[in-house]
Design a binder for this molecule. Structure first.
Ligand code: COA
Length: 179
């Protein structure tokens, strides 16, 4: 059994590492738990992660652990811009276990992910989410880089190098996982 850990202790014992062989079930669980009460969720996020993994598109998959417990997860996968692979990636889903939220775990996952993307030839990354949250990591709406559907200010880009390309972004087909 894992001892209850307070917010401050969470960060002290927090480890961010790449997904390993036996993590899939725990990632499923933390993703489902995180999105259970999310107002815009169709509860498909865990299926999206699975579908990305199954199609080899889960290019970077990080888990946050406290002891043996997986307390958070973030997925990164390639996106296309106007149907072309420009080397850009998309962040998401991002999940933190409800009891562990607001302790800095989500921030640690995002920062670690962006740092790791920076070690690869990845010029930038997009995210669909709350600007109040993602702005702190350097994400900002970019005129010209569009995702059809959601409000424009919720679709943001983080550019590591070079100009931000223009065009319509498409996530991997795994994001169309049925509810
Ligand atoms: C969003 C989520 C990943 C954030 O992880 P977290 O570990 O709770 O966040 P952190 O502790 O790193 O950051 C906390 C800060 O973010 C803010 N924050 C947390 N969730 C937020 C949200 N959905 N929108 C805006 N701000 C948010 C908090 O107010 C806090 O702000 P402060 O630092 O100014 O006090 C987590 O709340 C979660 O799993 N939510 C359900 C799933 C979800 O919404 N995923 C993201 C979809 S894009």
């Amino acid at each position: 059994m894992t001892a209850a850990v307070s917010g401050a202790d969470d960060l002290r014992h927090l480890v961010i590492r790449e997904e390993a062989g036996g993590d899939a079930a725990a990632i499923d669980r933390v993703t489902q738990d995180a999105f259970r009460d999310h107002p815009f969720s169709q509860q498909t996020e865990h299926r999206i992660v699975r579908a990305l993994r199954g199609s080899g598109a889960l290019g970077l998959s990080l888990v946050a652990t406290v002891g043996e417990e997986v307390v958070g997860h973030v997925a990164f996968s390639p996106v296309t811009i106007d149907g072309i692979d420009r080397g850009w990636w998309g962040l998401g889903p991002l999940s933190v276990a409800p009891a562990r939220q607001r302790c800095g775990i989500g921030s640690a996952l995002v920062r670690s992910g962006l740092r790791r993307l920076g070690e690869r030839p990845v010029p930038g990354c997009v995210v669909l989410g709350d600007p109040a949250y993602y702005a702190r990591f350097g994400f900002a709406p970019i005129a010209g880089l569009r995702l059809p559907g959601p409000p424009a200010d919720h679709f943001m880009a983080w550019a590591r190098e070079g100009p931000v390309p223009e065009g319509e972004v498409a996530y991997h087909p795994a994001f169309s996982a049925p509810p």
